[in-house]
Design a protein around this ligand. Sequence first.
Ligand SMILES: C[S@@+](CC[C@H](N)C(=O)[O-])C[C@H]1O[C@@H](n2cnc3c(N)ncnc32)[C@H](O)[C@@H]1O
Length: 159
Amino acid sequence: MDVDEGAIARAKDGVYGEKQLVNVSERLRRRYFRRTEDGNYEVSQEVRDMVSFRRANLLTFPFPRNQHLVLCRNVVIYFSAGTKRKLYEKFFGCLAPGGFLVVGTTEQIFDYAAIGFRQEGSFLYRKPAEDESDIKSFRSGGVAHEAGQGNRIPRQNRK
Ligand SMILES: C[S@@+](CC[C@H](N)C(=O)[O-])C[C@H]1O[C@@H](n2cnc3c(N)ncnc32)[C@H](O)[C@@H]1O
């Protein structure tokens, strides 16, 4: 989502240069990208089919509820403290219990606890699950989401 049509068009293109994929392994590049004639990487159709794009203002667009993950990086640099707080409260509201918010490396949320988030890492915040004992913390070296269990850790694996 972006207010700028040009940014949406670039995202839809899905073409990345070598520098932008510096942290993407060769295995993932082969799996999810196609090499273009000019040496860039184009996102595979498989991934494209899972993504939708929207030109919209984050501050006014009504987010769908019960999201498991929100990524918002390098956007709030433009916002006042009050506007940031409103946006983070909006993200909190649209997350499912146990859902994560990822922000940019310069965008730590200082008042995360007042909004209701738990901090799971420098740039990673989580809306507490309804039953916190059902989720292992990243901090304790656990895995936040147990695959296929919809956030639920099988009873036999619980401490
Ligand atoms: C520095 S770019 C970062 C883009 C991308 N998130 C990234 O990390 O590469 C900031 C983007 O935020 C968009 N933006 C600024 N205010 C916005 C708003 N209220 N709603 C949606 N997008 C916004 C701008 O149009 C711009 O494309």
